[in-house]
Write a new protein. Structure first.
Length: 78
């Protein structure tokens, strides 16, 4: 994914993180300086992350702007 974004001229970095997404994000914020955070999930009915208030928790803890992108085309992922 990072290669695809670089080809499109985006300046991005990434790393493998903890299996629990909130912990992975908070750990990454200790390594990388970020201006804002983008979290992509499936619809609320399919996303356990949303049921655990992930977006609000990350925003509150990080103090950074968090953009939530909802991916609705489940067939395209396969």
């Amino acid at each position: 994914m990072l290669d695809r974004l670089h080809v499109r001229g985006m300046y991005v970095f990434g790393m493998s993180g903890a299996p629990e997404l909130y912990t992975a994000i908070i750990n990454a914020l200790q390594v990388f300086r970020v201006d804002d955070i983008v979290i992509s999930t499936f619809q609320e009915t399919k996303s356990g992350w949303l049921r655990s208030d992930l977006i609000e928790r990350v925003q509150r803890t990080s103090g950074k702007p968090v953009e939530h992108v909802v991916h609705t085309d489940v067939e395209a992922v396969a």
